[in-house]
Each structure stands twice: as structure tokens, then as C-alpha cells.
Design a protein around this ligand. Structure first.
Ligand code: GSH
Length: 340
């Protein structure tokens, strides 16, 4: 009898608070502070770039905004902290930011040696090169002796060095702290080429003085899957970031959009959709968030596809086709783990 009472109490606790759902120190700090501190890039069109009114725009900054909405149901409760490639991980490790949505490739050594963790892949890319057309090269290995602009602390530095070494061709690295400095050097003729992730080549090309003077060569030299990064040691915060990102992909898979989310929450009879939108509360409870956490985020920033199209899709100046960032059902790699 005694044990039955105890079991009943445990069950009641689990129903009330969500089984195993401690908020975790990072989420507690965010709530106490009243804002998410989000590490973003210093300026790349499509990911994180201030518009003419000084408002940050892009995929990475909108992912930060949506996360703030999932926690606070308030899109303003986010602080953007622009970080260069070489400072981003120390800024996260030291607690200056809670999370990085910052064009950061997930690699094994970053995962195993930095004291950090990376969550769900939210963007698939690969390293490439943009060359001055007047250089007249068709293939990267023909760039012998070329000056190549690179950004310090990126995977791209290593990928470039590895490739040229493997084909025994010399090149001259010209390394910068930030993208805008590399771009100015390209513009000024100090570099013949720029080596970075293909999405960022498209972004940089779209903002060159004469984009037609530059060509993005079709070869790709690496896999660059971007993930959100957080510190090790806070599994509950890891869960929030991981499942928040997944929810945006899941929404697209289920056909839930910014425009129809409200109606689908009221009328859908699909159990997965009802869970995702918080018509039944278990997903939000398991994260110690409001049952409407994902619903609110989708209403604020759209599903993954809407987010992509708005920030860097074919109708934007960056103009990137979905490619690998399409859903798996449309020939891409985006596949949400089951949310149940
Ligand atoms: N994906 C690569 C690099 C991504 C990256 O940060 N690229 C640079 C060069 S385009 C950048 O975005 N810089 C933005 C900045 O200056 O803050 C990585 O994780 O190392």
C-alpha cells in the first residue's frame, strides 16, 4: 500500500512537471536574464547581415529569434552577439553566449576537443572557391601560385591547405579575421580567389561591386554541415536546442506553415501535428517549455522551408536553390527525427 501511494505520487509528479524535465542551468539563466544570448556571424548575406535599417536578417539570426519565441513567446527576447570565426567557440565556452547559430560546421574534433556539443544539422554545405573571371581558370588545381583569401579559424583554411597539398600545387593564403576584410581584399585585387563554404561564396558574390566579374567554380572539396553549438554539460539545454531546430523541419514535413499553423492547431486530427503544435502538451512539457513552444516559433519565423526561402532562396539576392537543404522527400537531406 505504501508503495502504491509512492508510485502514485511519482506518477503525479511526472504528469505535472514532465518526466525527467529539469530545466537545466542554461535555460534557468536565460529565463532569469530575460533573453537568449545568441552568437552569430559578423556579416554574411543570407545568414546574418544587418539591413538598411540596421535590423539583423538571415537564417542564423531568425533561428535565434525563433528560439527566443520557443522559450518566451516574445521575438524581442534575444540579444545578437556577432563573433568572428576564430572567437566564436571561446565566446561560447566562456558563457558570453548561450548558443551559436553561426555557420559552424560540425566536425569530430570540434565535438571531441572543445568542451562543446553540436545539435541537429540545419544546413548542408560544402567548401568551394570563387575566382576572378579574368584569371581564366576552370579547375581549382590550375590556380598554381594564386593568392587565395581565407578567414582565420574556419574549416576552410584547413580544407584549402589539405587540397593543394594533396595535388602538390602551391598557393598563397591571405588570411583575415572577418569576412568583410576578406571581401575588401578581393575587391582591391589582393586575392585572385576566395575559399569558403559555397553558400557564403554566393552571398559574397551577390555583394561584390560587379558580381559578373566573379565565378564560383563547381568543384566541392568538403562536407560542411552546420549545427547549433552549445556548451557540454547541460543536457536539458541541448534537448531544447536540438528539438527546436528539429521542430522547424518537422513542421515543413507536415505542411504546417506560418499562415496555417493557427488553423491546424485547432482543427488537425493528426496525432503528430497535434503534438507538434501543442494541442496535446507532452513535447513542450518534456523540455520544460510551454506546450505551444513549437507552434509559437513556427508562427513567428515559419517552418524550415519558409525560413530558407525568405533568407537565401532563389527569390533573394543570395539566390541559392534548396539542393541538399530540401526535405528528404524532395531529394534533399533534411529529415526530422520523430517528434513523439
Ligand atoms: N563553416 C566554416 C566557416 C564558416 C564561416 O564562418 N565563414 C566565414 C567566412 S565567409 C564567416 O562566415 N565569417 C563571418 C564573420 O566574419 O563573422 C566553419 O565552421 O569553420
Amino acid at each position: 500500500m505504501k508503495w502504491n501511494i509512492r508510485a502514485a505520487l511519482v506518477a503525479a509528479f511526472a504528469v505535472t512537471f514532465g518526466a525527467g524535465a529539469q530545466a537545466g542551468p542554461t535555460l534557468d539563466q536565460i529565463r532569469a536574464r530575460g533573453a537568449v544570448n545568441c552568437g552569430i556571424g559578423t556579416g554574411v548575406a543570407g545568414f546574418s547581415l544587418p539591413d538598411s535599417r540596421g535590423v539583423w536578417q538571415g537564417l542564423d539570426v531568425d533561428l535565434c529569434r525563433g528560439l527566443a519565441v520557443a522559450i518566451f513567446n516574445d521575438i524581442s527576447k534575444v540579444r545578437f552577439i556577432p563573433l568572428s570565426s576564430s572567437t566564436r567557440f571561446t565566446a561560447l565556452g566562456s558563457g558570453e553566449v548561450d548558443v551559436l547559430f553561426r555557420t559552424s560546421t560540425q566536425t569530430m574534433l570540434r565535438d571531441t576537443t572543445l568542451g562543446l556539443r553540436h545539435a541537429t544539422t540545419y544546413f548542408y554545405d560544402g567548401h568551394g572557391f570563387m575566382v576572378r573571371k579574368s584569371l581564366g581558370v576552370q579547375r581549382v588545381r590550375d590556380m598554381a601560385g594564386a593568392a587565395i583569401c581565407l578567414v582565420q579559424g574556419t574549416t576552410n583554411e584547413q580544407v584549402t591547405a589539405d587540397y593543394f597539398r594533396s595535388v602538390n600545387v602551391q598557393f598563397r593564403p591571405v588570411v583575415f579575421e572577418r569576412t568583410d576584410q576578406a571581401q575588401a581584399a578581393l575587391q582591391a585585387g589582393r586575392c585572385d580567389a576566395f575559399g569558403t563554404d559555397a553558400s557564403q561564396l554566393a552571398a559574397v558574390r551577390s555583394t561584390m561591386q560587379t558580381p559578373a566579374d566573379w565565378e564560383i567554380l563547381p568543384e566541392r572539396f568538403s562536407k560542411e554541415p552546420y549545427g547549433a553549438y552549445i556548451r557540454r554539460g547541460d543536457d536539458e539545454w541541448f534537448d531544447v536546442v536540438r528539438w527546436y531546430t528539429t521542430a522547424l523541419i518537422e513542421a515543413e514535413e507536415q505542411g504546417v506553415t506560418q499562415a496555417n499553423a493557427e488553423e491546424m492547431r485547432r482543427t488537425s486530427t493528426n496525432a503528430n501535428t497535434r503534438r507538434l503544435l501543442g494541442a496535446t502538451p507532452e513535447l513542450g512539457q518534456s523540455l520544460k517549455l510551454d506546450p505551444a513552444w513549437a507552434y509559437n516559433a513556427i508562427r513567428a519565423i515559419g517552418n524550415y522551408g519558409e525560413l530558407y526561402e525568405r533568407t537565401m532562396g532563389e527569390r533573394t539576392p543570395v539566390g541559392l536553390p534548396r539542393g541538399p537543404n530540401n526535405l528528404w522527400t524532395n531529394g534533399g537531406l533534411m529529415y526530422a527525427l520523430p517528434m513523439r
